[in-house]
Design a protein around this ligand. Sequence first.
Ligand SMILES: Cc1cc2nc3c(=O)[nH]c(=O)nc-3n(C[C@H](O)[C@H](O)[C@H](O)COP(=O)(O)O)c2cc1C
Length: 191
Amino acid sequence: MHLLHLDSSIQGDTSVSRTMSAAIVDALRRSSGELELSYRDLGAQPLPHLTLPGFATPEAAATLDAFLAADVVVIGAAMYNFGIPTQLKGWFDHILVSGKTFRYAEDGVEGLAGGKRVFVALARGGQYSDGPAAAMEHAETHLRAMLGFIGITQPEFVIAEGVAFGPDQREAAITSALSRIAALQGGLAPA
Ligand SMILES: Cc1cc2nc3c(=O)[nH]c(=O)nc-3n(C[C@H](O)[C@H](O)[C@H](O)COP(=O)(O)O)c2cc1C
């Protein structure tokens, strides 16, 4: 079982999404026999912005190959400016590749990467799951759209939100997310 773990927060050790993604990986490691782990810190080592020549680089090929080889992908995602970090978008720009992870057919688009199990640990400063800001949520929705496009139609989201609403709300959101993650134990289904 090959697990690809990605982080994209720029907030280093104080990052909520990093805490959650690490907890997911730990839970999966405990519940699965053999796990081959690859880690990429997109915040610390971002991929270059998308260019046509950039598709042909060894780094682009290695990034796509690492994704294709993974049975399980754990993505640490922060909400910045209502969307995902540009570093994480840059990674998706390298894995949404026609003929590799999706293809256009006569009757529409076919996702080719559907065999993977994908977890997303998403941290948001505000409250978007309900209330007036819901329409400004473009992180979870964008991630679901991109993953669904390549055939990953049931990504498993763990979301901590309201973390910018003061220390008590931050603590409560993190505690709630970590308890959901603890419940993942034993939940690692074969990809
Ligand atoms: C540059 C920046 C932009 C942010 N933009 C938003 C935003 O648009 N909406 C929001 O709810 N929170 C926003 N936040 C708060 C983050 O979502 C919050 O800090 C969250 O914990 C980020 O995940 P991380 O801790 O893993 O970096 C922003 C934070 C930073 C540093």
